[in-house]
Ligand binder design. Structure first.
Ligand code: AMP
Ligand code: GLY
Length: 425
């Protein structure tokens, strides 16, 4: 059997986890990660490549006999990397630029949900300050305001009163806080409930669900502080019972495939629905992402007991109906360790200590790190995601936090309650 070379695009914890999991496949020779991080720099059979533009990546894929490419983050998808690779007959796992609008534009996404009867909060969209302000004056609080475009998880505010709402739209429209990503906003009703991440693989016609999970988006314990990209996740999410799972597939996921077909497009790749299970027990869609979640990927792939290469290959061949994903019958938890200042700014170049003392049941996925002169240094906001797994969630929690406490760098910050959402349902 000729072993294959794989290319992964991105530099976060999600991409480290994707590369690590695919590298375990018997079908794989070498994994290249563009640009990767300190973790992918030092894994067996994984090599970082310092390439960034789509045309550089296409040339690299052709010259290095890349069997398929997997795209981690949303930005290259929104920029059309899938369309361009396919135009060069290169296999790539992800949605097209058109389908990626489900994540890259909240206005597109909400209109799509409305057109396809996908349950979601009632909303209006606005492209100027005065109309948004007048609308806010007539609403009840809390009220949710979202910048239209990509903002790395930071473009959403839950305003508790008129002043907070006005401050946010002033930042967006008058101070240009999010650049062109803030040229429009969506203002929507606040939904009370319990959140879960529902991630699937889609090959155009078939859906292969990944294990469910729960992210912790706020910076601080007990869900206070600003929204972040995610401070930790646990897998699976007990709130997603078997009947809830089916309801989410029927009411939220399948309509996405059908909705794109009606528009003459085909969705392929990972699809992530951010779900709020409301107080009546109905799943509401908070958002769609056109990729795997970060940090959800890390605990989800740690629990995956199947060959991820084979799952993606089946997806590329439109054969997801012919393959099953097997999961370890355990709970996994991933705790993010972030640098000082995250999510606003990040302090870089601090030496990370303690990474080598880890037990076998712990895996450290790197995100904002680099490897220089035999040392790992911080290089971004979310620095590491420490993952562990056990039969009982409480044991996974104990194990993961014992590991976190061995790690040390200047001014590191992490939440101490990751996993509680799954314990206290
Ligand atoms: P989004 O990027 O749209 O998922 O929003 C980020 C976070 O804001 C979500 O994970 C939720 O915690 C919260 N959120 C978004 N929309 C709503 C809503 N309509 N009601 C309550 N919370 C929300
Ligand atoms: N963890 C949330 C996201 O990946 O968007």
């Amino acid at each position: 059997m000729l072993k294959k070379n794989i290319l992964i695009i991105g530099s976060g914890g999600r991409e480290h986890a994707l590369a690590w999991k695919i590298s375990k496949s018997k079908h794989v020779n070498m994994i290249f990660v563009a640009p990767g991080n300190g973790g992918t720099a030092t894994e067996k059979n994984i090599t970082n490549i310092n390439l960034h533009t789509i045309s550089e990546l296409i040339t690299f894929a052709k010259q290095n006999d890349i069997f398929f490419t997997v795209v981690g983050p949303e930005v290259p998808l929104a920029n059309g990397i899938v369309d361009e690779f396919r135009a060069h007959d290169l296999k790539i796992w992800g949605p097209t630029k058109f389908c990626a609008q489900l994540e890259s534009s909240k206005v597109f996404s909400k209109a799509f949900m409305l057109a396809n009867n996908i349950p979601t909060a009632k909303y209006q969209s606005f492209s100027d300050y005065n109309s948004a302000k007048n609308y806010i004056a007539q609403q009840n609080f809390p009220l949710v305001i979202k910048a239209d475009g990509l903002a790395a998880g930071k473009g959403v505010v839950i305003a508790n009163n008129n002043t907070e709402a006005i401050n946010f739209i002033q930042e967006i429209f008058n101070n240009n806080k999010f650049g062109s990503a803030g040229s429009k906003v969506v203002i929507e009703e606040f939904i009370q409930g319990v959140e879960a991440s529902f991630i699937v693989m889609v090959d155009g016609n078939n859906i292969l669900p990944m294990a469910t999970s729960q992210d912790n988006k706020r910076l601080l314990d007990n869900d206070i502080g600003p929204n972040t990209g995610g401070m930790g996740a646990s897998c699976p999410a007990p709130i997603v019972t078997q009947s809830m799972h089916q309801k989410i597939i029927n009411e939220i996921i399948q309509p996405v495939l059908d909705g794109f077909k009606k528009l003459g497009h085909t969705y392929t790749g990972f699809l992530y629905a951010g779900i709020m299970i409301d107080t009546k027990g109905n799943p509401q869609t908070l958002e769609f992402n056109c990729r795997f979640g970060d940090p959800e990927t890390q605990p989800i792939l740690y629990r995956l007991n199947s060959d991820l290469f084979e799952l993606i290959e089946a997806g590329l061949n439109c054969q997801l109906d012919q393959i099953k994903a097997q999961w370890f019958n355990q709970f996994s938890i991933g705790v993010v360790i972030a640098s000082q200042g995250y999510p606003n700014i990040s302090r870089n170049n601090d030496i990370i200590y303690g990474l080598e003392q880890m037990p076998a049941n712990v895996k450290i996925f790197h995100a904002g790190t680099k490897y220089e002169n035999n040392q790992y240094l911080t290089n971004g906001g979310r620095v590491l995601c420490v993952v562990s797994m056990a039969d009982k969630l409480a044991d996974a929690q104990t194990q993961v936090y014992e590991a976190v406490k061995k790690i040390n760098f200047n001014c590191m910050q992490y939440r101490t309650d990751i996993g509680n959402k799954a314990i206290f349902i």
